[in-house]
Design a protein around this ligand. Structure first.
Ligand SMILES: Cc1ncc(COP(=O)(O)O)c(C=O)c1O
Length: 427
């Protein structure tokens, strides 16, 4: 029976039972944290052989560059450019391998656009009265805080099963102050959604009033499938080729990293972009650093020489992650679905499950969980200015907790959802 069909007496009865059960859970004094999408230790163990992979004498890339030295410049190792090129679906000549963080590269790309303009001839964005960005929601809190730091006005566009609402985006880009969009197009953080071919095509094709419109394409989860079979994986269309086909090849700036392939925060990352964007990026980076950490690039390429090696490693990650994701969605199916008090997208990859509660309940659910010893990502965090207008979305990050702890959290979570929903229906 749906909760909304309960009589007032039945709701009051449920409320008393749930309060008692939640108090019992709280009395166990647990302290569990599902707030961030970090890999668990077992996943990190998969890459520990990489730490000792460079034997004495093995310091040279395929062109003979000594990776221990300042030689080689900003372009990184050719074999690393090749690997990231394959990962992002672009020729290696378009890749700039970076350091340990793709967020760092995104931040740098924004800095360059603000200081110098995206390409020579464009007004630096810092000189404009206002810069607006389209932000598909729910989205990645880090992106939104970065935009906020830059004074970018964020325009939320909801994500559905196929990606963001393209009719809305096509309207918004008629405003010349709309200079960009920042998104996670595959296995979104936290939506879990992958943009459809149609969404990718329309993003590439749309006419934007701003000639220097930039699509910040944070493809952090491009190889992070939960399932081994092709038919159970999402597929993201090639945005660069789509942009190129429409004469918009400068539109997209792509980013990714191995933070959730090898070591979180100690992997390697890359950006990829059109020849003009790349040349300008390298020009403005010339005095920013001599080169990124080539030894870490070398370590990575020895450990992951090609995409087959990446896929084999990702299958091992998936074997650890998949049971956790499936357990969470199974419990939601059993507890929440019959009551009709929430819905969720069942992701086929990535790091998050996004749960949508009845409007007006998310903050209350997170607070009930916190008081009972479970930390979730704050409600609203997946929205610009930390404000979910519906107060509905909650990001569940099942990766870091051990299965036993995850099951404990999922013992509490449905009760918290039900209690908040009961309270709402009681008014
Ligand atoms: C969408 C997205 N982008 C970037 C990052 C961080 O990547 P990096 O460690 O390469 O900065 C994360 C980490 O959670 C993420 O979810």
């Amino acid at each position: 029976m749906k909760l909304e069909d309960y009589s007032k007496e039945q709701l009051l009865e449920r409320k008393a039972v749930l309060e008692e059960e939640i108090a019992e859970f709280a009395s166990r004094g647990l302290s569990l944290d599902l707030s961030r999408g970090k890999p668990e230790a077992g996943q990190l163990d998969l890459s520990t052989p990489m730490l000792s992979i460079l034997k004495e004498g093995d310091y040279y890339d395929e062109e003979g560059t000594d990776c221990r030295n300042y030689i080689g410049g900003l372009e990184g190792l050719p074999e690393v450019r090749r690997l990231f090129g394959e990962m992002l679906g672009v020729p290696p000549e378009l890749v700039i391998p970076g350091g340990n963080s793709s967020l760092n590269m995104i931040h740098d790309a924004l800095c360059r656009a603000f200081l110098f303009g995206p390409l020579p001839g464009f007004t630096p964005w810092c000189k404009l009265p206002e810069v607006k960005f389209i932000c598909p929601v729910p989205g990645y809190d880090w992106h939104f805080h970065t935009c906020e730091d830059f004074g970018i006005r964020m325009l939320s566009v909801p994500i559905g099963e196929d990606g963001p609402d393209m009719d809305r985006i096509e309207e918004l880009v008629k405003d010349p102050a709309v200079k960009g969009m920042i998104c996670v197009p595959m296995y979104g953080n936290p939506s879990g959604v992958t943009f459809s071919d149609e969404v990718v095509r329309r993003l590439a094709q749309m006419e934007t009033a701003a000639p220097d419109f930039r699509l910040f394409w944070d493809n952090a989860y491009c190889v992070h499938h939960l399932y081994d079979e092709e038919e159970n994986r999402d597929h993201l269309a090639n945005i660069y080729e789509a942009c190129q086909a429409c004469g918009h090849e400068d539109r997209v700036l792509m980013f990714t990293s191995t933070s959730k392939i090898t070591f979180a925060g100690s992997g390697i990352c890359a950006a990829a972009m059109s020849p003009a964007n790349r040349a300008e990026a390298l020009r403005t980076m010339t005095y920013q650093l001599v080169n990124y950490d080539k030894l870490n690039q070398l370590r990575h390429i020895r450990f992951l020489p090609d995409m087959a090696a990446v896929d084999a490693l990702m299958k091992k990650h998936a074997a650890i992650l998949r049971p956790k994701f499936e357990r969470v969605t199974q419990i939601l199916e059993e507890t929440i679905a019959p009551l009709g008090i929430g819905h969720w997208h069942k992701p086929r990859g990535g790091y998050f499950i996004c749960f949508y509660a009845m409007p007006g309940c998310a903050k209350r659910i997170v607070s009930i969980c916190r008081e009972a010893g479970v930390t979730l990502t704050p409600a609203g965090a997946a929205y610009p200015y930390d404000t979910d207008p519906e107060d509905s979305a909650i990001r569940i990050a099942p990766s870091y907790a051990a299965m036993g702890d995850l099951e404990k959290v999922m013992e509490l979570f449905p009760k918290a959802v039900e209690l908040a929903s009961v309270e709402k229906l009681l008014g």
